[in-house]
Design a protein. Structure first.
Length: 121
């Protein structure tokens, strides 16, 4: 088995991830039990780690820098919401690690695919 056939199935992770995202969003809002956000979290991770049809160094660099930017923005948002919550300006606080990861992976996917779309056009 060559290297291309071993990694060709990673392209289809995106579609499985999209199905998990579409199913995970309503589950997260309807079901309030612990762990209800796991399908959404796994779906966002699968979409981010899935490969493109043509995976090259540039797309890997864009994906990595998008993840860095998303982490910085998410952590900044966490710090801001914590500060606003402590001053009684807002009524919610980002304390659950899964919600932070959902925010970070969502931003990473948005940043990555918007940068890829802008570069292709």
């Amino acid at each position: 088995m060559n290297s291309k056939s071993k990694t060709s199935y990673l392209y289809y992770f995106k579609f499985v991830g999209l199905a998990l995202i579409l199913g995970g969003i309503p589950v997260m809002f309807i079901d309030n039990s612990p762990g209800s956000e796991i399908p959404l979290l796994v779906g966002l991770f699968m979409v981010l780690t899935g490969t493109e049809k043509v995976e090259d160094e540039r797309s890997l660099m864009i994906k990595t820098t998008s993840l860095y930017m998303a982490f910085i923005l998410s952590y900044g948002g966490k710090l801001i919401t914590t500060n606003l919550y402590s001053h009684d300006i807002i009524t919610f606080q980002l304390v659950d690690i899964n919600h932070f990861l959902i925010l970070m992976l969502s931003l990473a996917n948005i940043i990555f695919y918007s940068r890829m779309f802008i570069l292709r056009n």
